[in-house]
Design a protein around this ligand. Sequence first.
Ligand SMILES: CC(=O)SCCNC(=O)CCNC(=O)[C@H](O)C(C)(C)COP(=O)(O)OP(=O)(O)OC[C@H]1O[C@@H](n2cnc3c(N)ncnc32)[C@H](O)[C@@H]1OP(=O)(O)O
Length: 410
Amino acid sequence: MTTSSLPIETARAEDFGEMNGFLNSLFHHGVEPEAHEAERAIFEPERALVVRDGADVVATTATFTRELTVPGGGMPAAHVSMVGVAPTHRRRGLLTAMMRRQLREIHDAGREPVAVLWASEGRIYPRFGYGLASQRVLITAETAELRMPAPAPDEGRLRLDRPADRQPDLARVYDRARAGRPGWSARDDRWWRYVLVDPESQRGGATERRVVLHEGPDGIDGYGLFRTKAEWGSTGPKSTTTVDEVVTTSPVAYQAIWRMLLSIDLTRQLSWGRAAEDEPLLRLVDEPRRLGPQLIDALWVRVVDVPAALAARRYATDVDVVIEVTDELLPENTGRWRLRGGPKTAVCTPASGPADLACDVRCLGELFLGGAKLTALADAGRVRELHPGALASAGPAFAWHRAASAMEVF
Ligand SMILES: CC(=O)SCCNC(=O)CCNC(=O)[C@H](O)C(C)(C)COP(=O)(O)OP(=O)(O)OC[C@H]1O[C@@H](n2cnc3c(N)ncnc32)[C@H](O)[C@@H]1OP(=O)(O)O
């Protein structure tokens, strides 16, 4: 049997162990029992695909059902993950066949107008119509070189605790913050367990994860998840703080938590992999260069149903534009669509008149969370302006007042 004719099957619950073991081997690490169980809890077998060659699993992918915050509110989004093809079966079209099937299933189910994923490598998914929708800033800070503004007199109170013991507090803060953050996904108890699982074998010699909570006048209004790792040099201490996430609902909480994280005694370096492009920290310290910021990709969005997706988000300014879209994988999306929207409403319908802009469906994914600028896509030759002035009028509408960002890798 050739690789391309191997059947793609819907997974069963009992396939999880084998699929997860397979994926762990592709990512070059062993199976950690605690993480394995947390991942089993989020697994939705009826939304997962598996390919076997004889008895062996040779390819997998899965979809998780979650809500995603987009400009102006929340919407259902297919969270795609667990993508892998065995080294013995690679580059023979298995991923392509799985992606086609998965996108078709998501489209035809009619519940989720977009799919989102984190890519292990950026060049894998554009060919399937995924666009880079949000970026993140890697921070590698030299903490001894950084100063923060002096604390306000009523800075509130900080406490350290074990994250698992404070999950309800974390969830409350996260949900309040998430409502206004394009790119963040809803977390139920199963997802909180997935986020907080902390097996010793995956700590790389650092401490267990801890949480610093900020208590303001109305209760807990911010938290930071972090760990530290001891290191001594010939001239003294040079330990590292690694931050997983900082979520706050007030500027006072944000500053208080960062003041602590950047100045833990005996640490000299702080690393954080998921700062937003418009992260306030970049505007807070006295020497932003010493944060060592580096921009890399975060969430990729695939618009699966063009009219439903464009109507599901809101727009920063009023817009009335006809876009000619091409989509090789889901031909229903190909055509001219008229989008009329603004800060409160949006409708998208087939257009009868001429188009103002033309692009492929991948560009719509890039624009979807307000992350990419329309003019940047046009200057890159990927969006065509067919009606003079369309870029200037539609561009600000697709943008958003907060940069798209992303939290846990799923
Ligand atoms: C959302 C997530 O889960 S991200 C995790 C993705 N998984 C991994 O990174 C695990 C390790 N890698 C793999 O398992 C495999 O290499 C995969 C899944 C990335 C690719 O699977 P394959 O079956 O080899 O892909 P397939 O044969 O369908 O390739 C389609 C095209 O993409 C290209 N392609 C696929 N993967 C890569 C890659 N990593 N780098 C460059 N090009 C790639 C192929 O060359 C091919 O191009 P062509 O049509 O011009 O010849």
